[in-house]
Design a protein around this ligand. Structure first.
Ligand SMILES: C[S@@+](CC[C@H](N)C(=O)[O-])C[C@H]1O[C@@H](n2cnc3c(N)ncnc32)[C@H](O)[C@@H]1O
Length: 283
């Protein structure tokens, strides 16, 4: 597909055709991202390098990257990172690829004050580390049931020089969490079992099952979090949960039933319900 000595522009055409044939949604954009990755340059520098002969190693890397993408592996896993809330986070097959819509939760969290924050199901650490980077005096704990995910989160903490303020621990939701926090955030697995087959191959076949679905109706994690959050928040503390677009009413009801005040559903940039926000009453 791409031969050593061939220039990048010549290599792009067949790569785009291969990705299109594999059903990739935006083959031109992805081929350019993979070519920039293979050349070791930022995507916005690609134009400057397109007409230069490709070194053999870059041609090989590009061929392997296009083959992986044709198998529908997400671009972020192939290039090993993804931008979230303005910073780059390492991404592997062990973590959910942080989504732009999750930035809705980060924006909502930053509307209030907090000295300490608990992130349940931290994955790559993208939510927790973004919050700590924005609040230089805050500290945080990120928990996850996946040890490999926690290794990625710890690496991301070091990448952003946040390791002195971010702690990570293996925990089944609250089981290993001690103390109380000003803020709890979570983007838990929420896809219903019946919806799994309809997901894009990029998600269904390449991201960790544990990150996607708790099985059943998709609400099991919210039930656990609603039951435990009151005991891990200070009076007046806030709870912010990412939700699937149809889950706003059910999750609000779970939180109201657990004693939280006035749950509200917040929308993402596309106008879709994305976060339920609630707070613990001041006794
Ligand atoms: C949807 S992913 C979110 C990852 C990351 N917070 C983000 O927003 O990109 C859900 C995370 O919850 C974790 N998880 C699933 N079940 C869990 C449990 N019982 N206790 C703690 N974490 C769990 C998964 O391993 C995964 O990292």
């Amino acid at each position: 597909m791409s031969a050593p000595g061939q220039d990048g522009r010549a290599a792009l055409g067949p790569a785009v055709a291969r990705l299109r044939a594999a059903g990739v949604a935006n083959p031109e954009r992805d081929a350019r991202l993979l070519l920039a990755h293979a050349l070791g340059i930022a995507p916005d520098r690609l134009l400057l390098h397109l007409d230069a002969p490709m070194p053999a190693a870059a041609a090989q890397t590009f061929a392997a990257a296009v083959a992986a993408r044709a198998q529908r592996q997400p671009v972020s896993q192939i290039v090993g990172e993804r931008q979230f809330w303005g910073r780059w986070f390492s991404v592997t097959r062990d973590v959910l690829d942080p989504r732009p819509e999750t930035e809705t939760l980060v924006a909502a969290a930053l509307e209030g004050d907090f000295d300490d924050v608990l992130d349940l199901g931290t994955g790559s650490g993208a939510i927790l580390l973004s919050l700590l980077a924005e609040r230089p005096d805050a500290r945080g704990l990120g928990v996850d049931l996946s040890e490999p995910a926690l290794a990625v989160a710890r690496g991301n903490a070091v990448r952003h020089a946040l390791e002195s303020r971010a702690t990570f621990a293996i925990s089944d939701w609250f089981t290993q969490v001690a103390g109380r926090f000003d803020l709890i955030v979570s983007n838990p697995p929420y896809v219903a079992e019946s919806e799994m087959a309809g997901l894009d191959p990029e998600t269904r076949d390449w991201e960790p099952m544990l990150a996607l679905t708790p099985g059943g109706d998709g609400l099991a994690a919210y039930r656990r979090i609603a039951a435990g959050a009151g005991g891990a928040l200070r009076p007046g503390g806030r709870l912010l949960l990412e939700i699937g677009p149809t889950q706003g009413a059910q999750v609000s009801e779970l939180l109201a039933g657990a004693g939280f005040a006035d749950p509200v559903v917040l929308r993402d940039m596309d106008g879709r319900p994305r976060v339920v926000a609630a707070s613990l009453p001041h006794r």
